[in-house]
Design a binder for this molecule. Sequence first.
Ligand code: 4AD
Ligand code: MG
Length: 472
Amino acid sequence: MENLRIAELLKSSDFGKEVQVKGWVRTKRGNKNVAFIAINDGSGIHSIQAVVDLSKIPEEALRQVTTGACISVRGTLTQSQGQGQTVELQTSALEIIGAADETFPLQKKAHTLEFLREIAHLRPRTNTFGAILRIRHHMAMAVHHFFNERGFFYLQTPVITGSDAEGAGEMFRVTTLDLKNLPYNEDRSIDYKQDFFGRETNLTVSGQLEGELAATALGQVYTFGPTFRAENSNTPRHLAEFWMIEPEMAFHDITDNMDVAEAFLKYLIRYGLEHSKDDLEFLNTRAIEEDKNKKESERSKTTLMERLNLVAENTFKRITYTEAIAVLEKGKKFEFRPEWGKDLQKEHENFLVDHFKIPVIVTDYPKGIKAFYMKQNEDGKTVRAMDVLFPYVGEIIGGSQREENYDKLQARMKEMDIPEESLSWYLDTRRYGTCPHSGFGLGFERLILFITGMSNVRDVIPFPRTPKNADF
Ligand code: 4AD
Ligand code: MG
């Protein structure tokens, strides 16, 4: 017998056909004559209803059909009598594949997201996380489609590196040295020559520098991989392990870079609206329901669907950092006063996005708050950086045009105390056939946050890694 997935069956109109489904029980209800079992196999947000005639199948056979159990059901596909679904299964045989007793933590009642984080190993069985995981998949596919259609090559950059690309020192060390018995040099510093790689190594904070090497050979590349930051910030937007997409493009200046970033984000959202329609509608309704329990002032002004369409349809606002500070100064009273030379706070980013009512791309930041590799402007004060700010999420993309001039780059590294020997390979791109080039990094979880309308990055990655938390 054909084993069809439930998402396919629900679209079928092959009434009268004998089929078999395998999946997990969401609910069971009914009376002494008939039982209704909702089965979900993860193929989509909707479950199929198996109708069991208790005069044909004894109630005893359904004893182990409880929420969470894995079952197999055979039956005839029929047009549904009930409301809400069009297709159901008239059960002829039922088998328990794996029982789940009453200790199964996901019983019918709704659970808080905080509780679900504690059972991250089981939360994919909920409607919400099923939807999020399917959307994550489609978004990953969309990333590859977008770049492939535009002639970019997918580059795999190393997870273990010896460099700190962002220069922020937020690295996880990689070592095989015995921490209880470390080898020391005469000056009491640790002798990393005895370590596995014969040098200090860490988990990558960005694939960009290696991306630049490839972009100055293949023209247009992108990376998509895990990224690690040991920043001790317990916020709803930061993970210690997250996924980043980093395109890098030769012969692109900052404006070309912004154009690619904007087209990319719009493509991803349109792709989501097309390929994850049911899941997005579910999350949209979920958010509206959740809002009803909130105070008037805390409710969203827009629905998830409205926000997705807004971003997909409208041209982003582009302003310089200096202009942004001027807008903020005329804005409102902030907890942190906006000040030229300082990083924008979340409240500032939110204000800018609210003010312009669309995503905002801020460019030309003060060089003091940005990485060494960014192209220096003529004014001597700013660099050709660009951050894309999104409603609800804040910074979703960070990028820049790169400093392609060897002398300027070398001088900036010296100013920032970045040892030249450790990055001689990077400087070589500027020594041999240098060219103007640009790139950016999109935080995958921040994208998923925006698309799903969830409010914490811990809820859009299967197994979050955050300070004091590496369970599962
Ligand atoms: O702005 P960032 O630090 O830029 C870079 O790493 C550059 N090397 C990118 C490039 O030009 N190729 O990080 C880029 C994006 C941020 O805008 C944010 O979306 C995400 O990565 N991000 C994080 N996401 C989750 N948790 C964290 N701790 C993140 N840190 C950055
Ligand atoms: Mg950034």
